[in-house]
Design a protein around this ligand. Structure first.
Ligand SMILES: *Cc1c(COP(=O)(O)O)cnc(C)c1O
Length: 375
């Protein structure tokens, strides 16, 4: 039986050629492909600065460090995300504070954010869940009112826009992931986008051990070989091999997004008559780039539907288990946390296959099996 996963990379001969060329070049890492990739994503999104980094988690870590998050700082995060969006706060010894989601968009709710603000709050991490941007105007108003930094985890939303602005130019810092299931891939990889020179310079140093060769930053200068470590950073560099793949993939991003939207539209139509399925709500004024297509199953056991689809060779998945319910979080002070909308949503959610190379015939098979399973 054919197996249809929920997400999959799309690799062309040009992608393969681009990687092979780097393998034959002088630089496998710290070479020219890094900046070329950064420039290409900057141009695509309109963000002033871009820093390519080892993966999306490292991008979030770097953003939290550049934001100056440390011990005693609270950062408001959504529970409906991959653990990395909250873990990045813990890496910096800050405290993630979970604010519940809106039941219609599954994104962090601005009014719930307001309820969680204290005099220790330093930042807000919003995740554009499934590719639909958060209500950023409201979130930025809150941030302005309380002097908070906004970090947009856009691992799902490259190619999306919000009220005429492309993702990458909305929050103070925006992070991307290039994991194979995301819009474009570098195998592993990530990026931080910002318009702030100050953040940009902090991000560059953090990516490479906290080291700089910038003459204006050195405390002294022993000669042309000289560098200084001014902060504690990591080796979070990405390779030229990966960036060459990213550059090649980015050329097809608009096509990828177009196909994802077309598949999502077909799912919407196919399930419109079913009262046991809730399809995603699209907010006006923004364009979802559809990393995920999530249905909620009503009046039916989600587990039964999930199992039936797997039995039919359809690799459906569930996004996400609310982060605060993870044993690590429960053991570290989150036992009493309850975000009821996120929990309710989690008990019903199923992510259906969605990726550029999914054919309409394959999708029709998925649709047929989903309709059977929820009947
Ligand atoms: C994929 C993902 C990440 C982590 O990205 P990696 O590149 O796998 O480290 C972070 N946040 C969200 C919402 C993601 O989907």
């Amino acid at each position: 039986m054919k197996y249809t996963p929920y997400g999959h990379q799309s690799i062309s001969n040009e992608d393969i050629q681009a990687v092979v060329e780097v393998l034959r070049s002088d630089y496998l890492t710290t070479g020219p492909k890094i900046e070329e990739f950064e420039r290409a994503v900057s141009e695509y999104t309109g963000a002033k600065y871009a820093v390519a980094i080892a993966n999306g988690t490292a991008a979030l870590h770097a953003a939290c460090v550049a934001a100056g998050i440390g011990q005693g700082d609270e950062v408001i995060v959504t529970p409906n995300t991959f653990v990395a969006s909250a873990n990045c706060v813990l890496y910096c010894k800050g405290t993630p504070v979970f604010a519940d989601i809106d039941s219609d968009t599954y994104n962090i709710s601005p009014s719930e954010i307001r309820k969680k603000i204290t005099n220790k709050t330093k930042a807000i991490v919003g995740v554009d869940f499934s590719g639909q941007p958060c209500e950023w105007d409201e979130i930025k108003d809150i941030a302005k009112e309380y002097g908070l930094i906004t970090i947009e985890d856009a691992a799902h939303s490259l190619g999306a826009d919000y009220k005429g602005k492309k993702v990458g130019t909305i929050a103070d810092m925006t992070t991307l992931s290039f994991h194979p299931v995301k819009h474009i891939t570098t195998g592993e990889g990530g990026m931080i986008l910002t318009d702030s020179k100050e953040y940009y310079e902090a991000l560059l140093m953090f990516r490479s051990h906290g080291i700089t060769r910038d003459k204006q930053k050195l405390t002294k200068n022993d000669g042309p070989w000289y560098y200084e470590q001014l902060d504690l950073g990591y080796n979070y560099r990405i390779t030229d091999i990966q960036c060459a793949l990213g550059i090649s993939q980015l050329k097809r991003l608009d096509k990828f997004v177009e196909k994802r939207r077309s598949l999502a539209f077909r799912y919407d139509k196919a399930f419109a008559d079913l009262e046991n399925i809730v399809t995603p709500t699209q907010r006006k004024g923004c364009h979802n780039s559809y990393h995920l297509y999530v249905i909620q199953v009503k009046n039916k056991d989600r587990r039964q539907v999930f199992d039936a689809l797997h039995k039919a060779g359809i690799g459906v998945n569930v996004h996400y288990i609310p982060v605060y319910t993870q044993p690590y979080y429960r053991e570290h002070g989150y036992r009493e946390v309850n975000c009821s909308n996120a929990w309710e949503y989690y008990t019903r959610a199923i992510s259906l296959p969605l990726y550029p190379d999914l054919t309409y015939e394959e999708q029709d098979y998925v649709i047929e099996k989903v309709r059977d399973a929820v009947k």
